[in-house]
Every structure is written in structure tokens, then in C-alpha cells.
Write a protein that binds this ligand. Structure first.
Ligand SMILES: Cc1c[n+]2nc(N)[nH]c2nc1OC(C)C
Length: 321
């Protein structure tokens, strides 16, 4: 087999291993085997420079440190979510939109945990990651592509054969609790500053101007919405997220279709009961009207969609380090 074929086969094998590890949560091989294949690909690319490719898994950690982040304008504004702090406020939300839609049966919602990280917009053109931007003020954010490329749970290129020409994916960059603890222990041991919580640690990691430093931080990602896309994928939010999963994006395993206000409240209780056992911090759950057609009928108010709401948990007592 030629070096070019070997390189191609190793790249596909590593991407498939990433997909099984981060998206299906079913590792196919032990990490040591992944690392061995990764080093084999690195060696082959070093001895065959003409085979170098920016899309290769070995090229995730880019070049030199930036002097500053450039600003980018989002194709679609990244809005925030309205909040409900009580069952009554949630009931009012459900009643308001059911009346607006003049429905006489319970609305179907898609529910998921609200991850406590930082929102990110990922743009893929011809299946390749071309830009990653923070939310910023909702209209203009910072270009953090070099740092985002170092996050192995974010695909450098989309999987599968039916790939839209252009697609924007939105989600949350998080630092899992275990990674956060480890990072703070290391900082303490080195007499460096510790982070107050995983959200700050994730934000601080993405603000590193040197991608080599960001690459050392234990960051994860979960997709939660489809942004601008060059073709319609599915008619429901739940099915859109399944398509994102097929493209290679991690989606929360807790994603669930629920029926009406009762379904939302049962979901809220069940996630609330397991909150401390989840591997990442959450500050509530999010319910979205599952039908895209109904979402479009409801539209947005000034700063947030009418068709979605975050149901927050009471703030956890501050962790003392
Ligand atoms: C701002 C936001 C934040 N979150 N978090 C989740 N889990 N879903 C979700 N959706 C959001 O906005 C959609 C309504 C697009």
C-alpha cells in the first residue's frame, strides 16, 4: 500500500474512532491504540510532506499564537433564551404560545439540559470547518477557529455522503467537571490562578491566544441547534439534532421529546434529581417547540425566540476551592 493510501486509511480510521468515542459514546479501541495510530499517521506525514493536509487529525493544533482575535458577524443573530424560574412562569409560557397557535391539544416539546459553558457558532462549507465564533453581543463575536480546532469532539469535516454545501451549527463548549477538577489541582500545584467554575474555565481556555495552550485544556462540545443551512434537513428540532449527530456532532444523550407542560415538568424533575451525577454542569433545562413549522409561526421577540424557554434550577451553593 502506498504512503498516500496508508495516510488516507489512517485519517479515516482516526475520524471514525473519534465519532465512536465522542458521538456514540462507545469507544471502539483503548486510548493507547488511538494514540499509536495517531503517532503512526504523524510519522507518515512527516516523512511525506507532500501528503500534509490541514484537515488531517494531526493538524488540529495550529500554528503560532495570535496577537488578537478578529471579529466576525453572525449570519443569523445568536439570541439568548427567555428564562422561567418557577412552574407558574413555565405554565404561562406554555399557555401563551398554545393560545397564539390556537392549538387545542398539548404542544410537543424537545427537552434537553442547559449546559453551563459558552455558546459557539460553527460554520462548515463543503463539509469542512471554516469558522468558529463566540456569541459576543449576539450579532458580532470573536473568531476562535484556531482554538476550536483543538477540541477533538468537534469534527474538522462532516461525516456521510449527503452534506449541505453550507451549514451553521450552534452548541455549547464545556469543561466537564472531572477535567475542571484536574485543571484546578494542576494550577494549585503550580501556584497558578484557579478557576471559579467550569464555565469560566472553558471561556478562559477559548480566550487563549496560543492554540497550543487551548489544546491542553479538557474542553468538550454538544450541538444544540441548527443555524443557517443551505438546505432543509428535517421538520422537527429533534430530527435536526439526529442529522447533526450523523454528521459527527455530539448531542446530549438526555435529549427527549416530551408532551405538553406535564412532560416538561416531569423532565425537569428527572434531570434535577440527577444534576449532581451529570459529568458536566448545567443551570437548567431547555424546552423547544419541536415542530420547525410551528417555531417559524411563533418567530422571535426582540432578544429571544417565542418558541423556546430555559427552565432554571436554583443556583448551586458556590463551590469553595
Ligand atoms: C441560546 C440557547 C442555549 N441553549 N442551550 C441548549 N441546550 N439549547 C439551547 N438553545 C439556545 O438557543 C436556541 C433557542 C437556538
Amino acid at each position: 500500500m502506498s504512503a498516500a493510501d496508508q495516510v488516507q486509511q489512517l485519517r479515516q480510521q482516526l475520524e471514525e474512532l473519534n465519532y465512536h468515542y465522542y458521538v456514540l459514546d462507545e469507544p471502539k479501541l483503548p486510548d493507547s491504540e488511538y494514540d499509536r495510530l495517531f503517532r503512526e499517521l504523524q510519522a507518515l506525514e512527516l516523512s511525506n510532506p507532500k501528503l500534509r493536509d490541514p484537515q488531517s487529525p494531526t493538524q488540529r493544533v495550529g500554528g503560532a499564537a495570535l496577537s488578537a482575535f478578529s471579529q466576525v458577524e453572525h449570519d443569523q443573530a445568536m439570541l439568548s433564551l427567555d428564562n422561567a424560574f418557577s412552574e407558574d412562569e413555565l405554565r404561562a409560557f406554555d399557555k401563551r404560545i398554545s393560545e397564539r397557535l390556537a392549538l387545542n391539544e398539548p404542544l410537543e416539546y424537545c427537552a434537553e439540559p442547559k449546559l453551563d459553558g459558552l455558546a459557539i457558532s460553527l460554520v462548515y462549507e463543503n463539509g469542512m470547518l471554516t469558522r468558529a465564533a463566540t456569541r459576543g453581543d449576539g450579532r458580532v463575536g470573536e473568531d476562535v477557529t484556531a482554538n476550536v480546532r483543538t477540541i477533538r469532539s468537534i469534527p474538522l469535516s462532516l461525516r456521510g455522503d449527503f452534506i449541505p454545501q453550507k451549514i451553521e451549527v450552534r452548541g455549547e463548549i464545556i469543561m466537564p467537571k472531572a477535567g475542571f477538577e484536574r485543571l484546578n489541582q494542576e494550577a494549585l500545584a503550580k501556584g497558578e490562578k484557579t478557576f471559579a467554575n467550569p464555565r469560566n474555565a472553558a471561556a478562559g481556555s477559548l480566550r487563549q491566544l496560543d492554540p497550543k495552550l487551548a489544546a491542553k485544556r479538557p474542553l468538550g462540545f454538544y450541538a444544540y441547534a441548527l443555524g443557517a443551512v443551505s438546505e432543509t434537513l428535517a421538520g422537527s428540532h429533534f430530527d435536526n439534532l439526529q442529522r447533526l449527530k450523523d454528521f459527527g456532532f455530539p448531542v446530549s444523550a438526555e435529549l427527549k421529546r416530551v408532551d405538553g407542560l406535564k412532560g416538561c415538568l416531569d423532565y425537569y424533575q428527572s434531570i434535577g434529581a440527577r444534576r449532581t451525577d451529570l459529568p458536566y454542569e448545567i443551570d437548567g433545562v431547555v424546552y423547544k417547540v419541536d415542530s420547525i413549522a410551528l417555531q417559524q409561526q411563533l418567530g422571535f421577540v426582540a432578544r429571544a425566540p417565542r418558541w423556546a424557554i430555559a427552565h432554571k434550577f436554583p443556583a448551586q451553593e458556590e463551590l469553595t476551592i
